[in-house]
Design a binder for this molecule. Structure first.
Ligand code: F6R
Length: 284
C-alpha cells in the first residue's frame, strides 16, 4: 500500500483527482469505480476542473458505483444516484448509459447484484476504484464481519453507519437500514484502488486499515492484500499511524515513480495475472 499524507483536505483531493485523471489520460475508455459520501466530493470537484482545463475527454469512460441504499429510487435526493449526478456526472458531461449504479428499488435485489457483477465483467473490470472509509472501518457498505471474499449483495448497515449517515437525512429514522453493496472480493479485483480519509474521526479505522491485522472486523484492511492501493489522507486522519514519518519519506523517495500501475494500460502486466500464467507455463 502506498500511504500518502497531505497537509489538508484540498491537497488530498487534488492529489486524488490527479491520479484518476492520469488513468483517463492513459486509457480514455477507462472503467472508473466510484464512491459517494463527503470524502470524495473535493476529488470530484478537482476532477471536473482538470477535465475543463485540459479538455480531458470522459466520453468513452464507464463508471460503476460501490453501493446504493435499499428502497431509495434514483430520484430521491439522498440516493447515491442523485449524489453522483450532482457532484460528478453532470460536471463531466457524462451520458446516463456511461454510468452504472445498483438500483435500490429493483424487484429482485439479489438478481440486481448478480447482474451488476456481470456488467463489471463485461466492461473489462474496474481500472481504478475510488473509496472512502467508514468510522467502523467499512469500505463500500461492507461492514465489520463482512466476508473478505464477498461479492455484491444486499447488506445490513451497522448502527454506527446509520448514525454517521444521519447527517444527510432529516432524522436518523429516515436512514435506510439496508443497502446493496459491492463486496470486498469485488473491490479487490479492481486493477488499482484509491482510498481517501479526512478528519480525526477516521484516524482509528485508518490506522487499522494500514497497520492493523487483515481482519473482517476492519474490512478496509483487506486492501493490504491488493497489489496497488494508494491511501491518501489529511494529517488529522493520519494521526494514529505509527509509521507516518516513514511513509512520508517513502513518498518523497518515490516521487519519480508512476502514479498508476502499468497494468491499467496492459492488463497482462498485472502481477495477479502474470503469476497465474507463469504457474501455467511451468505446469505445461
Ligand atoms: C459510499 C461508501 C462508503 C463511504 C464511507 C465514508 O459510497 O462507499 O463506504 O465511503 O461511509 O463516508 P464519508 O465520506 O461520508 O465519511
Amino acid at each position: 500500500m502506498f500511504v500518502k499524507i497531505e497537509r489538508d483536505y484540498d491537497a488530498m483531493s487534488a492529489r486524488g483527482a490527479q491520479i484518476v485523471a492520469e488513468v483517463v489520460r492513459q486509457k480514455p475508455n477507462a472503467v472508473l469505480g466510484l464512491a459517494t459520501g463527503s470524502t470524495p466530493e473535493g476529488l470530484y470537484r478537482c476532477l471536473i476542473d482538470i477535465a475543463r482545463q485540459e479538455n480531458l475527454d470522459f466520453s468513452q469512460v464507464t463508471t460503476f458505483n460501490l453501493d446504493e441504499y435499499e428502497g431509495l429510487p434514483a430520484g430521491h435526493p439522498q440516493s447515491y444516484h442523485a449524489f453522483m449526478w450532482e457532484h460528478l456526472f453532470e460536471g463531466l458531461g457524462l451520458r446516463e448509459e456511461q454510468t452504472n449504479l445498483l438500483s435500490g428499488i429493483a424487484a429482485d435485489l439479489p438478481g440486481e447484484c448478480v447482474a451488476f457483477e456481470q456488467k463489471i465483467r463485461a466492461a473489462g473490470g474496474i481500472d481504478i476504484q475510488v473509496l472512502g472509509i467508514g468510522g467502523d472501518g467499512h469500505i463500500a457498505f461492507c461492514e465489520p464481519g463482512s466476508s473478505l471474499a464477498g461479492r455484491t449483495s444486499v447488506v445490513a448497515l451497522h448502527p454506527q453507519t446509520i448514525a454517521d449517515n444521519a447527517r444527510f437525512f432529516d432524522t436518523e429514522d429516515e436512514v435506510p437500514r439496508r443497502a446493496l453493496s459491492m463486496g470486498v472480493g469485488t473491490i479487490l479485483e479492481a486493477r488499482s484502488c484509491l482510498i481517501l480519509a479526512k478528519g480525526e474521526g477516521k484516524a482509528q479505522p485508518w490506522a487499522g486499515m494500514i497497520e492493523g491485522p487483515v481482519s473482517s472486523q476492519v474490512p478496509a484492511s483487506a486492501l493490504q492484500l491488493h497489489p496497488w492501493t494508494i491511501a491518501i489522507s489529511d494529517t488529522a486522519a493520519a494521526a494514529q499511524l505509527k509509521n507516518g514519518e516513514y511513509y512520508q519519506h517513502v513518498d518523497r523517495e518515490r516521487n519519480d515513480q508512476p502514479v498508476i500501475p502499468p497494468w491499467i494500460v496492459d492488463p497482462d502486466l498485472d502481477p495477479r495475472r502474470q503469476f497465474a500464467s507463469r504457474i501455467e507455463s511451468v505446469d505445461g
